[in-house]
Design a protein. Structure first.
Length: 578
């Protein structure tokens, strides 16, 4: 198998639970980074959250510089260039810990991922020396300008142009960019323009003549982040500021977007934990009919479901991070090699982005519901969380675009497989009938086989035209996302059982079972819909019978299980899994 099919094999090859990295495996040093970022959020961000939302002049740049002083802007910058050079897991922990305010974390992610990584990965040594130390400390702040009024996800449709000057010493950049985060205070904007029709990346200093900013956009959420249009009018950009090579802008953009999507997933996981904390606090404090509303069954059901979504999202995120760090161990782990290694896991980055952003929306929505009428009032945190969450399904490529990326990677991987290849009929987790996760493990095995069958049927039916069958690709993507989610939670729970025993792993098993009880019927319906779309008539009933095992997960009495989850969460006052 080639690199693409190897990276996608996670969807059809089972793995021993011990091979998956889980949050319980964080080192003491990694936990220290998480604690550092959480303390920063509590001490520096939370007290001025209202001022952030009001866009107090100079506040956001000041906060970013304070974060830089603690190293919180530089986890992905090599030590050689003034950064910490951390692994992917540590970088994501820092992002997750800073999620107390949606506007701040949006600005932080744009600087650290989209503004810094193009230089860290693709810059020349001269460019790195000139920019990275200042970006690491926050002395300089960065933005990323790809989107235009007429082109968003279609980056190659950009109209901004760059023309080499007569003396060959600079490029003259002209055009407009839209919805540029951090543009109001950025010192450097990674800008994409076409040179003779070829997309190319440039480093534009914002104090260059000809750079003009529009007014701040009046957004639904993340009010405290700067979002403006940027216009370039014959901006003279020295040839030394060309990033990588002419015509290689898509390499820069697409690789940086992979990392940005993973970081966005971490942002969503951290924000979901914050939302759950607020929901739990309010549920304990708000009394009706003589007791806290957190003790009412329908509220407990909501709290348990929210806890389950966070558990699954977190399990997925750090499973992917562990796999990427493992891949990085075989590379130089810096610069361009780092981009290549992460690119091998592009589908997983998109899967995490889609699942985490949609889970956060569900968590934010139910948090408003738990707050009741107060959830709709701006004096309470649920309102801001709800508004801020919505943008994450649009950031870093819409979830629709990411679904297409996932499905296309999956199809390429399946096409590369030997036609006779079949996933193991017996799952590889080592379960037997006495294992507490045997039902869930069998369901994952059934779903994995179904995904491969459906993908092959789609390829056979549509051939090269499959790329235009977006509804079918969407079904394939949703199947892949849900299988990855289910298996990630399963692997984590299996590790807990193996390491601690069933009794000590009870909290994780409860979260796993409740999520499966909701997800298994939905997954079954997805498979049925996909089969109806691509299966030959004589195959439909046969394949339908083959996936009926998924329904073994239906019928669990989840009421006592959800009550246990809710009580654990309520007593802790925050997201906990044990």
């Amino acid at each position: 198998m080639n690199r693409i099919s190897r990276s996608c094999s996670v969807f059809w090859e089972s793995a021993p639970s011990a091979a998956a990295f889980v949050p319980e495996d964080f080192s003491q040093e990694q936990r220290m980074f998480a604690e550092l970022s959480e303390k920063f959020a509590e001490s520096e961000i939370a007290p001025v959250s209202g001022d952030i939302e009001a866009m107090a002049p100079g506040l956001m740049p000041s906060l970013l510089r304070k974060a830089g002083e603690l190293g919180l802007l530089s986890p992905d910058i090599a030590q050689e260039w003034g950064g910490m050079g951390l692994d992917i897991r540590s970088s994501m922990l820092i992002t997750e810990g800073l999620c107390g305010n949606g506007s701040f974390i949006a600005s932080h992610t744009d600087h650290t991922a989209f503004g810094t990584l193009p230089i860290a990965w693709f810059g020349s040594d001269e460019q790195k020396a000139r920019y990275l130390p200042a970006l690491a400390t926050g002395d300089k702040l960065a933005a990323f300008a790809l989107t235009e009024p007429g082109s968003g996800s279609d980056a190659r449709g950009a109209l901004t142009k760059a023309t080499l000057s007569a003396d060959g010493r600079s490029y003259l950049v002209s055009g407009s960019k839209q919805f540029i985060t951090n543009s109001g205070f950025a010192d450097i904007i990674v800008t994409f323009a076409k040179v003779d029709g070829r997309l190319t990346a440039f480093l534009v200093d914002t104090d260059s003549p000809g750079v003009a900013l529009g007014n701040e956009e009046k957004k639904t959420g993340i009010w405290g982040s700067s979002t403006r249009s940027v216009t370039y009018d014959e901006v003279k950009v020295p040839v030394e500021n060309l990033l990588l090579e002419v015509g290689q802008g898509h390499v820069v953009a697409f690789n940086v977007l992979n990392a940005g999507r993973l970081k966005l997933a971490a942002q969503c996981v951290g924000t979901a934990k914050t939302a759950l904390k607020y929901a739990l606090q309010y549920g304990r404090e708000r009394h009706q009919f003589g007791k806290p509303i957190a003790r009412f069954g329908l509220v407990q059901e909501k709290l348990a479901r929210l806890g389950g979504l966070v558990y699954v999202s977190e399990s997925m995120l750090y499973r992917a991070c562990g796999r990427i760090d493992e891949t990085l161990a075989g590379f130089a782990a810096e610069g361009f090699d780092r981009a290549v290694a992460i690119g091998l896991h592009a589908a997983e980055c998109s899967i995490n982005k889609v699942f985490a952003s949609e889970s956060l929306d569900a968590v934010a929505d139910e948090t408003v519901q738990i707050f009741g009428g107060n959830g709709y009032i701006r004096d309470y945190p649920a309102d801001q969380l709800f508004r801020d969450a919505r943008i994450n399904r649009i950031f870093a490529g819409t979830n629709e675009i990411n679904r297409l990326l996932i499905a296309r990677a999956l199809v390429r991987g399946v096409q590369d497989l030997d036609r006779d290849y079949q996933p193991a009929q017996i799952d590889a987790y080592g379960h037997d009938d006495s294992d507490p996760t045997v039902r869930e493990a069998c369901a994952v095995a059934v779903a994995r086989r179904a995904l491969l069958v459906v993908a092959r049927m789609a390829i056979d039916k549509h051939g090269a035209a499959l790329d235009s069958e977006q509804e079918v690709l969407g079904l394939l993507a949703d199947l892949a996302i849900q299988i990855y989610a289910l298996e990630s939670a399963l692997l984590r729970s299996c590790q807990a059982v193996q390491a601690q025993g069933v009794e000590q792993a009870a909290a994780k098993l409860d979260l796993l079972r409740c999520y499966f009880s909701d997800a298994a019927p939905a997954l079954y319906r997805l498979i049925v819909e996909a089969l109806a779309a691509v299966a030959p008539a004589h195959e439909f009933e046969l394949q339908l019978h083959a996936v009926a095992g998924l329904l073994r997960c239906v019928g669990l009495n989840t009421i006592p299980v959800r009550r246990r989850i809710a009580i654990r969460l309520e007593e802790a006052g925050r997201y906990v899994v044990a």
